[in-house]
Design a protein around this ligand. Structure first.
Ligand code: FAD
Length: 402
């Protein structure tokens, strides 16, 4: 059996490593050349880390990432409405990692290069495919073609294969939220392993360390600001390119009303060498992903708003499910069973993320107490807050069973 994977991003590489571990032949066709460590911060939830640990990648994750110990949700004054332990501190058998996306990608790429050798191909853009009962052929931009038993589209939010399977699908969906992101060398906050999401419906600021800093007591601090823009419901401003550079001055007005005791957001943004902008986009869930020997995985299948730490994690879970089913042998049956297992679960997360994911807890408190509070229990009960945050963890499959 030979599996062709279009896209050597997080999901495509995870699938390739899992197939190789199950002694299934595969080829990764990645369009980029050179392959660069792109992006900024990303989070891997414990259930996804478990799958990467099974590929012997836990030591590598520890070298380049930060084990997330706590997550705090606060208002624009820094008053904490909800705090929860994460990863092993929450009782999971695996940690959560906050990590630079480029470093995670680099770790997976290096492992794939060692384990797949020449079957890991750069500069190989997949444009289309043909298939019949006996196999599938991937058609490359170079004019070459390659045959296999299945073709998996792991080619991201602008997936070519998705467009071919669903030619009449509308474009990406945008509800008017713009994101700005950066990472900067900064003094360690709290214990150096805590993630904080602060703000209200006007704007949110996400902070988490993703690696060591230039000196002891400093870290590489990832920040994200996102805010509702005028023109919600219109087309997103520009193509959804993760690397598009932003003017930092455009971000500052969105954090002007923050009064956080632990950080000056404007100083943080000004200190960042570079900021990128990315409209918070997704696509409507598809009715199906699989046509015979072709299927979709990760962002190609279910691009979702980057809230709740699920983009990369769900791609890794897709890969595990598909690899296990392919190991059973019957390719079309495996692809159909994979879709039956993963499509409903990921569609539910796409829908929940549109409404803010677990971050809704901040809006809930800010709506009741827009100018802050002296007694949280007079604003919301623990049960109300737990219902929002705990409900999301169950949906995304990482609630701790107790
Ligand atoms: C450059 C880049 C930077 C990112 N930065 C961030 C970030 O900072 N924070 C964050 O939360 N998420 C980021 N993401 C998205 C994040 O990686 C995904 O949401 C998540 O990890 C799911 O991974 P995926 O493998 O499905 O998609 P991706 O990680 O997007 O990988 C898709 C891969 O397919 C390749 N590809 C695309 N078209 C073709 C084609 N026709 N033929 C062959 N290969 C193709 C792309 O080059 C890419 O390597 C970034 C993605 C990219 C591509």
């Amino acid at each position: 059996m030979r599996i062709l994977i279009s896209g050597g991003g997080i999901g495509g590489l995870a699938l390739a490593l899992m197939l190789r571990q199950r002694h299934i032949d595969c080829t990764v066709l990645e369009s980029a050349e050179p392959v660069l460590p792109l992006g900024v911060g990303i989070n891997l939830l414990p259930h996804a880390v478990r799958e990467l640990a099974a590929l012997d990648l836990l030591p590598g994750l520890d070298e380049v990432g930060v084990r997330t110990r706590e997550l705090r949700y606060a208002n624009h004054l820094g008053q904490v409405a909800w705090a929860e332990a994460r990863g092993t501190w929450a009782g999971h058998d695996m940690p959560q990692f906050s990590i630079h996306r480029g470093h995670l990608h680099g770790l997976l790429w290096k492992a794939a290069a060692e384990r797949l050798g020449p079957a890991l191909k750069k500069d190989s853009r997949v444009l289309g495919f043909t298939q019949d009962e006996g196999g599938v052929t991937a058609l490359l931009a170079s004019g070459e073609s390659m045959t296999g038993d299945a073709l998996v589209g792991a080619d991201g939010i602008h997936s070519n294969l998705r467009a071919l399977l669903h030619p009449s699908e509308g474009g990406v969906r945008w509800q008017g939220i713009q994101m700005w992101r950066g990472a900067v060398d900064w003094p360690v906050l709290w214990d150096g392993q805590t993630m904080c999401i602060a703000g209200d419906r006007r704007a949110k600021l996400v902070l988490y360390p993703i690696g060591p800093g230039s000196a002891p007591g400093r870290c590489l601090l990832n920040w994200v600001v996102y805010a509702l823009q005028d023109g919600a419901g219109a087309s997103p401003p520009g193509r959804q390119d993760w690397s598009r550079e932003a003017d930092r001055d455009t971000v500052l007005p969105h954090v002007a009303h923050f009064r956080l005791p632990f950080i000056d957001p404007a100083a943080l943004i000004r200190a960042s060498e570079r900021a990128s902008e990315y409209p918070m986009c997704d696509r409507d869930p598809l009715p199906w992903w699989t046509q015979g020997r072709v299927t979709l995985l990760g962002d190609a299948a279910h691009p979702m708003y980057p809230v709740g730490s699920n983009g990369a994690s769900q791609a890794v879970l897709d890969a595990r499910c598909l690899a296990d089913l392919l190991a059973a042998g019957d390719v079309p049956a495996a692809l159909a069973a994979y879709e039956a297992e993963r499509l409903p679960k990921t569609s539910a997360i796409v829908a929940s993320n549109r409404h803010g994911g677990p971050e809704r807890v901040i809006d809930f408190v800010a709506e009741r107490a827009p100018d802050g509070y002296t007694d949280l229990s007079a604003v919301a009960t623990q049960d109300e807050l737990a219902a929002i945050v705990g409900g999301y963890a169950r949906l995304a499959g990482f609630a701790v069973a107790r």
